[in-house]
Ligand binder design. Structure first.
Ligand code: UDP
Ligand code: MG
Length: 346
């Protein structure tokens, strides 16, 4: 499946001279593979070797950024050893305690140099051998190359089935249709993933955010292996968290710039309904002399009007907060793909 159109031009050399000072953002200069690690001491040496084998075939310079997420096993010592023996390619960020996969990924991205970022798990369920193919795909002009575990090697009832349902729901709600949000192995251009902060367990929604800022996204099937080392850190309860996170993501994507539309719409509807009810009660009082105050519709109509008014006020407060958010950080309300004959501003 392809969600994107091919761009006009991928490599600057191929288009130089076409425009005066074209500021191309399709260039790829450096690859960082970011890997969160929590109690994965057994898989790390093999993972590191497999990464070297796979990335050694690339013409792009690269680094591996491991983030130790407060492991309680020997993962940090293993990583320290890897950093010592392979200082050119290996970076290690050790967090003070276990902050969760999302925070670990965010720390890795913050400390990575690459303009292309590949995220993957440390457990060898993802295969580093897929990375060159993903980079090649990206060179066709995509901003996100999303791995899809087409042949997933996890138990069906507790993992694969809930994941399929979740993927269907997330795709519908966010409008970014992917088969496999849960697969960590994905490649991103840095500029489409650094405009937002990652909170809670939200790493799986990175493609949805990227889609929101206008990224060109493509999905590619990747290999998936059963877990041979260590244990998974998650159970079925994750599905609930994913659904809750989805509310936040949907809100941010659809109403992040204009919360008044979310609060104001229902607010106006409630006020209109409440007012219509009050009007009906008043007309009935005039025509039939039935008291307005004795009708059960009276408190209902009042509640509707008050709630509607409150909702509109909440929308106004949210509008103020959005302005504070964007203007305090001088964040633009748009994202740029490229500039032609325009100097980029700081
Ligand atoms: N992970 C982490 N911090 C956590 C939980 C997990 O850094 O609190 C890492 C873990 O080491 C692995 C990746 O996140 O590299 C995915 O975890 P896991 O394989 O347990 O998830 P699953 O693939 O089973 O969904
Ligand atoms: Mg895994």
């Amino acid at each position: 499946m392809c969600l994107a159109k091919k761009p006009v031009c991928v490599f600057p050399s191929a288009c130089s001279g076409v425009y005066g000072n074209e500021n191309l953002m399709d260039e790829m200069n450096f690859l960082s593979v970011v890997i969160p690690v929590y109690n994965e001491q057994d898989s790390l040496p093999q993972l590191h070797q497999a990464l070297h084998r796979a990335l050694g075939t690339l013409s792009l310079p690269w680094e591996i950024v491991y983030v130790d997420d407060g492991s309680r096993d020997e993962s940090l010592s293993v990583l320290t050893e890897l950093a010592r023996t392979d200082p050119e390619r290996t970076r290690v960020v050790g967090l003070r305690r276990n902050f969760g996969q999302t925070a670990a990924i965010a720390a890795g991205i913050d400390h990575a140099q690459g303009d292309v970022i590949v995220l993957m798990d440390a457990d060898m369920q993802n295969d580093p051998a897929d990375i060159p193919m993903m980079i090649e795909k990206m060179a066709e002009g995509y901003d996100v190359v999303s791995g899809w575990r087409k042949n997933r090697q996890d138990t069906f009832i507790t993992r694969t089935l809930p994941s399929r349902i979740a993927n269907g729901i997330i795709s519908r709600v966010t409008g970014v249709r992917l088969h496999d949000y849960g697969c960590t192995l994905k490649a991103y251009r840095r500029e489409v993933i650094t405009g937002f902060r990652l909170y809670g367990e939200m790493h799986r929604f990175i493609p949805a955010y990227a889609g929101y800022v206008g990224a060109r996204i493509v999905e590619v099937p990747v290999r998936h292996h059963p877990r041979r080392f260590g244990q998974t850190k998650y159970g079925l309860e994750r599905t609930l968290k994913v659904i809750l996170d989805l509310f936040t993501v949907k809100f941010l994507i659809s109403y992040g710039h204009k919360p008044m539309y979310l609060f104001g719409g229902p607010g106006m509807a409630m006020m209109a309904l409440g007012s219509a009810l009050l009007l009906f009660l008043a007309v009935r009082r005039v025509l039939t002399l039935v008291s307005v105050f004795e009708s059960p519709f009276f408190p209902v109509s009042l509640i509707l009007v008050i709630m509607g008014f409150q909702s509109i006020l909440m929308g106004l407060i949210a509008e103020l907060q959005v302005r504070t958010y964007y203007e305090a950080q001088r964040k633009p309300t748009y994202t740029i793909r490229r500039l032609l004959n325009v100097e980029p501003r700081d």
